[in-house]
Write a protein that binds this ligand. Structure first.
Ligand code: AGP
Length: 603
């Protein structure tokens, strides 16, 4: 949440900041701002409510400098407004700060140190910049004043600070929120996500929590909490500018839906050998198969993928699997088994709710594996092991290809673990072949865009609410389908276990309520059809998404057969397209739904 960029040592600072912020807009888009300055240059602070395009329209040609910081905001403290937009300045205008995260003790800090300061807005960030000024007024040089502020702050943060009396330096620090340093020739950059600065460099250096970094045009110096200089190798970003473009697509979400067959094929390449066996680091398989219970911990779409993972892992490994919401697990940890193994699912690898669980279980000395799309992300660095999703950058707030990639990689993991345990179902499962069938079937469904768009027009054009129902994995896909529909189209949608409707929720069915039934499992097909009849008798307008083997001629969407363990990988595709078209037809921004941000780095 919130995106930070900064650059020092280049002439076209303003353009670089704005282009960087555009790339980070997925992290928050309620307001934005930049500050640029330089030796013998004027200072320019430009802020705007709304999106980066709104900020851009306020930037005049004289806004130029050789050093600058920028920010795109997802409001936590203080409503979205120009006043609350970052960068924030201290009272005497010497210090300028951008922040991503939440300062938990900002009220206490205000009381203790800032009684005499006039505050402009309602943000926690403003307290920090005033605090730095306060310590500087006590006689500390900027670096020490910043350091002292960091010692009294509690919470999560990524900060970039400029002292306008010394515009040769950007001071940077982080705790729990992501921030990277990008290395250039005669210049350096900072960013919340490498993709923001790919046009400038593809060499990045990670910063660890508690470190402070002094960024100058010609050097970057990292210091640990004790002030010792830390040497760290840079790494090369694994993607380039073309990976983060929309191409000819009107929205990232549509591109990312269409990417899914390619992602499946990439996962086959990355994780299987020519014999079709799953190839996963032996150490992971040993730890996993030695465990007596697997705990999957995740949020949102990743949590929904976790349920499908549970179904596959239990069948292939015979190890019981529990699936937990990170935000609940952290504060209400269930009784753990004797030998637990933790799997964290996170597209971004930065989700704060998941990270706080990882921190807790690491303190308990328990083994952990992160499945993430982002190499070098916090959850990846802090877990014992990582498996990358190889889905390519996912930029639309609504997650699509990360969901299917998570399920596919979990299936490969289950296959490797199942084979290791000699599980017959696993030994008979040709994962490479089955995933290539999945890729082809995904393509068939993706080709049905016109049919799906028409269905949306027929069933969802005016409705306030809608239901997805199914049993077993079809229920798990219903949870994901309804999350997708509600988060971008704002239709109140719920995913329900089909058999559970009659225990209360069926009271919500009225004349014309759209109910989507997902039917891909032989055991439950007839029962779900029975539940669909029950809602139809009460006025529901039913739409059936069924696997060919269990389909009836009257079903609206029939999906070619795939391996029974992998049906969610294909049944979810029409539901993603349903959400996409419903949003488009209602005239909303598909990629940037209200109140949301892609990477949720606050608890
Ligand atoms: C999905 O469409 C979401 N916007 C959201 O639920 C997301 O999956 C969740 O915030 C978890 O993110 P992560 O996978 O990056 O941890």
């Amino acid at each position: 949440m919130c995106g930070i960029v900064g650059i020092i040592g280049k002439e076209n600072t303003t353009d670089i900041l704005v282009q960087g912020l555009e790339k980070l807009e997925y992290r928050g888009y309620d307001s934005a701002g930049i500050f640029v300055t330089g030796k013998n240059k004027e200072d320019h602070l430009v802020k705007s409510l709304g999106r980066i395009a709104d900020l851009q329209s306020k930037i005049t040609p004289e806004v130029q400098g050789t050093v600058g910081i920028g920010h795109t905001r997802w409001a936590t403290h203080g409503k979205p407004s120009e006043r609350n937009a970052h960068p924030h300045t201290s009272s005497n205008h010497q210090f300028i700060l951008v922040h991503n995260g939440v300062i938990e003790n900002f009220e206490e800090l205000k009381q203790e140190f800032l009684q005499n300061k006039q505050l402009e807005g309602e943000t926690d960030t403003e307290i920090v910049v005033q605090l730095i000024e306060h310590f500087a007024e006590d006689g500390l040089v900027t670096k020490e004043a910043f350091k002292k502020a960091l010692t009294v702050i509690k919470g999560s943060y990524a900060f970039a600070l400029i002292d306008k009396n010394d515009p040769d330096t950007i001071y940077v620090a982080k705790n729990k929120s992501p921030l990277l340093i990008g290395l250039g020739d005669g210049f350096n950059v900072i960013c919340s996500d490498a993709m923001a600065m790919l046009a400038e460099t593809n060499h990045f250096v990670e910063i660890s929590d508690g470190e402070m970094v002094i960024v100058k045009a010609d050097k970057v110096e990292i210091e640990d909490e004790k002030g010792n200089v830390v040497y760290r190798e840079s790494y090369e970003a694994q993607f380039d500018l073309s990976d983060i473009g929309k191409g000819t697509y009107p929205y990232y979400m549509l591109k990312e839906i269409d990417d899914q067959p390619t992602v499946m094929r990439r996962i086959i390449r990355e994780y299987t050998n020519t014999l079709g066996d799953a190839v996963i680091d032996k150490k992971i398989i040993e730890k996993l198969t030695a465990s007596d219970r697997i705990y999957i911990v995740a949020c949102g779409t990743s949590y929904n993928a976790g349920w499908v993972g549970k179904a596959i892992l239990e069948k292939m490994t015979n190890i019981p699997v529990e699936v937990h919401l990170s935000s609940e697990f952290g504060y209400n940890m269930p009784l753990l088994s004797e030998k637990p193994f933790f799997i964290f699912l996170s597209q971004s690898g930065e989700t704060a709710d998941s990270r706080q669980v990882l921190v807790q279980i690491t303190e308990l000395g328990l083994p952990s594996l992160t499945l993430t799309n982002v190499a070098g992300s916090t959850l990846s660095r802090e877990a014992d092991y990582t498996l990358l999703l190889h889905a390519g950058p996912e930029i639309a707030v609504a997650s699509t290809k990360a969901y299917t990639a998570q399920i596919a990689v979990l299936a490969v993991l289950a296959k490797a673990a199942g084979d290791n345990k000699g599980n017959q179902l696993s030994l008979d499962f040709d994962i490479a072949h089955e995933l290539s069938v999945i890729a082809a079937v995904m393509e068939t469904i993706i080709d049905e865009k016109m049919t799906i768009s028409q269905l949306v027009e027929d069933y969802l054009s005016t409705t306030r609410n809608a239901f997805y129902i199914g049993r077993g994995v079809d229920y798990y896909v219903s949870m994901e389908a309804s999350l997708k529909l509600k988060e971008i189209s704002y239709i109140q949608a719920e995913g329900f276990a089909a058999g559970e409707l009659k225990h209360g929720t069926i009271a919500l069915i009225e004349e014309g309520t759209p109910v989507f039934g997902i039917i891909t499992d032989q055991k439950t097909a007839a029962h779900t059809r029975g539940n669909l009849k029950e809602v139809e008798s009460r006025g529901a307008h039913n739409v059936v998404i069924a696997l060919a083997s269990f389909a009836k001629e009257t079903d609206q969407l029939i999906i070619p057969d795939v391996h029974p363990l992998l049906t969610p990988l294909v049944s979810v595709i029409p539901t993603q397209l349903i959400a996409y078209f419903a949003t488009l037809q209602r005239g909303y921004d598909v990629d940037k739904p209200r109140n949301l941000a892609k990477s949720v780095t606050v608890e």
